[in-house]
Design a protein around this ligand. Sequence first.
Ligand SMILES: NC(=O)c1ccc[n+]([C@@H]2O[C@H](COP(=O)([O-])OP(=O)(O)OC[C@H]3O[C@@H](n4cnc5c(N)ncnc54)[C@H](O)[C@@H]3O)[C@@H](O)[C@H]2O)c1
Length: 259
Amino acid sequence: MSGKAYAVVVGGASGIGATIVRAMVERGYAVVVADRNIDAANALVAQLGDGGHTAVEVDVADEATVAKLFESSTELPGRFEVAVNCAGITALGLVTELPVAKFRRVVDVCLAGAFLVIQHAGRHLVDGGTVISLSSLNARQPAVGMSAYASAKAGLSMLTQVAALELAPRIRVNAVAPGLVRTPLTSGALGVPGVEDEYVENIPMGRPGTPEEIADAVLYLAGAQWITGEVLDLNGGAHLMRYPNVHAHFEQSAAARTR
Ligand SMILES: NC(=O)c1ccc[n+]([C@@H]2O[C@H](COP(=O)([O-])OP(=O)(O)OC[C@H]3O[C@@H](n4cnc5c(N)ncnc54)[C@H](O)[C@@H]3O)[C@@H](O)[C@H]2O)c1
């Protein structure tokens, strides 16, 4: 097969994913922006200009849509070389209080969803292709109130390693594990007094990361032919410190509102 190199970015319509999409376009890839939010995906593709970029609606918690997305990659007028999985959600609540339905939903999107992306992308990527997932600092660092997200991301980091073993030498499978980055996912928590300060106190480099810094690492892994099964920490050294107690700040803020 000849023609352009294609990248499929799942969860590519917002935040880190949208920045990865732009970075891949700059690097010369044609990009399929796949997201549950098709309006946002279409709006992003409209900004990308010519180059064969498209938007596709997908819900990683719905296997049929994931299967269809990657089956249609066989019709792309080029080589399907890179799949990036950025779809993610979170839920806050203590283990003794969080409804299991919320726990399951986070695991369904962040872990089982990533499994489906790796599975179906793995069947259709060209030889030499690669899958890169968005894990998290929470894969290795526990956080009060974040059992669902941290458990799912820890699972995703191990899934990355297992899939790398199984898919080598045909396909490389890696992940990046960012610390705090300002995006729509984190804007709610960062609006709570005290949260951002406690994050920054626990980042030796003294600031959050930027979506561009995460996109740089994804592009590095996309081209790093001898790296597979790696979960690359990108957190300004925060893994050397402790995770902020975001839940406590939410509780204090709620208590202050009722006084
Ligand atoms: N922002 C951070 O500080 C941070 C830190 C570590 C890891 N991450 C991870 O990076 C990834 C991107 O996060 P972000 O901060 O850019 O968030 P975001 O909310 O801006 O983007 C997430 C995207 O995923 C899409 N999505 C959510 N559920 C989906 C589903 N079921 N199917 C398909 N698409 C779905 C959303 O529509 C959105 O476009 C996530 O996996 C997140 O867990 C983020």
